[in-house]
Design a protein around this ligand. Sequence first.
Ligand code: ADP
Ligand code: MN
Length: 241
Amino acid sequence: MVRHKDRADRATVEGVLDPRTRRILDRLMSNGYLHSMQGCISTGKEANVYHEEEEEELEVAIKIFKTSILVFKDREKYVMGDYRFRKGYSKNPRRMVSLWAEKEFRNLKRMYLAGVPCPRPLLFRSHVLIMEFLGEGGEAAPKLKDVKLDGQSWQESYRQTFLIMRLLFHDCKLVHGDLSEYNLVYVRRKVMVIDVGQSVGPDHPCSLEFLRKDAVNVRNFFSSKGIPVLPLRSFFELVVS
Ligand code: ADP
Ligand code: MN
């Protein structure tokens, strides 16, 4: 049922598509949520992301989380520290990986509803998350680390990223937790944020530590582009104030 672009794609697709995942995707297809899965956009440590083009205008990204033990250990602290998910904690890796997909889905939903520029979450089933595809003509939008801009546009992207951090903190009550030029993408001159599974609320014991790390990453990145940036302390304080 899964359609592939070519042989290379098929190998990557099948690399993660264990029978359970395949059943979930097949069910989504027979229910009409998906039509085909066209290409692998990214194979990461935590998840693989695929692109699919619907017959109509909607293009979706399909993020399939991995169940490997290593990743599992890493995620524990983000789940345990977050009161929304703590009670769902389980020693069962399958249960945990679907809790993680749910966490990313719910974080995305909160962000999207608050007007944070991010992909619109569509649905999740077990460890499979489906969201709006960011990009054009089947090409995923470039990460901020890969775009080439002039000084003025970097300045503007810096401003947009700062506003995203403030919106997240004040309106969504969330700290991204892995914010950097790798999880910010550039779509039609707009900075958008992705990869929000690890985002936590302000009550998480490490939330301010995560926010500080996010601020360091963002500030250093824009500083490396040669534009004037605020000193770290002011940057951090302006985000939280
Ligand atoms: P991870 O970093 O944990 O592997 P991400 O959510 O960052 O997972 O996704 C990996 C890559 O897949 C991103 O860097 C981006 O290139 C692509 N990607 C993720 N979500 C989307 C999306 N909604 N639209 C387009 N591309 C996406
Ligand atoms: Mn990422």
